[in-house]
Design a protein. Structure first.
Length: 300
């Protein structure tokens, strides 16, 4: 087995917890399947919320190669994921690739742009976090683990149930509310210390975000952008135009902490912005070129 691959890759160990504790790949995630699992039960037993993004490779480890391949084949059917299957063999691994005990790292991760924006966020004591169209809750659960009070809103009950399941798996609390954000009567107007919005675009709602932030509050938004010649998902009306985020938040007299128009890790064109509400005329604007931020100052 290639130890270098496992040192940097995603490893899903589906063996029983007690077997995992006796020996496992260093850095593996333990997600033991229940006794009697079948190919038909895997959708419930191993939901995507616990797995890495589809564009990242994944290795499934089980007691036997056949068992691991059954799970790997199911995961391949879910999408364009590169999944390999291996039987665990402690004797075939270098000593520095073996670990013992219950420690297990999660395979899932929050939106990459949220990690980028973390240094700009106010402390948890300032107030609560709102995630608009929160989906299955990765962003909110990640922040809840860091002490934030969180609320997510989404119209899909199945996604909210997955969010609650993810929060429970990490031992954190969070409120997840079903609401159709196309209805202005359902808008959670705040004020909020942090507002998140990932891969969801409703322009009337976007324009309200600055007014929902408390002074010093921060909004982190990233979604699809339009690019000439791009024919992929979603429909062009759900993509941002060039500089559209800058226009919305400059008009709202927000301090623009970061702005970028590039591509998400899965290759789709995207734009992101981080803003702070403050009653000032001078804003610091950060432009990211090829992932490396540089800072300039401009007058709004």
């Amino acid at each position: 087995m290639n130890s270098r691959h496992h040192r940097s890759g995603n490893i899903l160990d589906i063996r029983p917890a007690e077997t995992f504790e006796r020996a496992h790949h260093r850095g593996a995630a333990s997600l033991p399947l229940p006794a009697g699992w079948t190919a038909d039960s895997l959708e419930q037993d191993l939901p995507s919320i616990f797995l890495p993004p589809r564009h990242e490779p994944l290795t499934v480890v089980a007691d036997t190669r056949a068992e691991a391949e059954m799970v790997a084949a199911h995961l391949r059917l879910r999408g364009d994921r590169q999944v390999t299957a291996r039987a665990f063999a402690a004797g075939a691994l270098p000593a520095d690739e073996l670990a013992v005990g219950p420690e297990s790292r999660p395979l899932w991760s929050p939106p990459p742009y949220l990690r980028f924006a973390e240094p700009f966020l106010p402390p948890p004591a300032m107030g609560s976090v709102l995630d608009l169209a929160c989906g299955s809750g990765r962003a909110l659960v990640w922040l809840a683990e860091r002490g934030y009070r969180t609320m997510g809103v989404d119209w899909q009950p199945e996604a909210l149930e997955m969010a609650r399941r993810l929060a429970a798996s990490r031992g954190v609390d969070g409120e997840f509310r079903a609401a159709d954000l196309r209805d202005s009567a359902a808008w959670p107007r705040g004020p909020w210390a942090i507002i998140l919005n990932f891969r969801f675009l409703q322009r009337e709602l976007l324009e309200e975000v600055p007014r929902w932030l408390q002074p010093g509050g921060v909004a982190v938004l990233r979604t699809f952008r339009d690019l000439p010649g791009y024919e992929g998902h979603p429909h062009p009306r759900h993509r941002l135009g060039a500089g559209e985020l800058l226009h919305v938040f400059r008009a709202a007299s927000c301090e623009i902490l970061a702005h970028e128009e590039n591509f998400d890790p899965d290759g789709r064109p995207a734009a992101g912005i981080v803003v702070r509400r403050r009653p000032a005329h001078l804003s610091k604007v950060t432009f990211c070129v090829s992932g490396f931020p540089s800072t300039s100052t401009s007058t709004m």
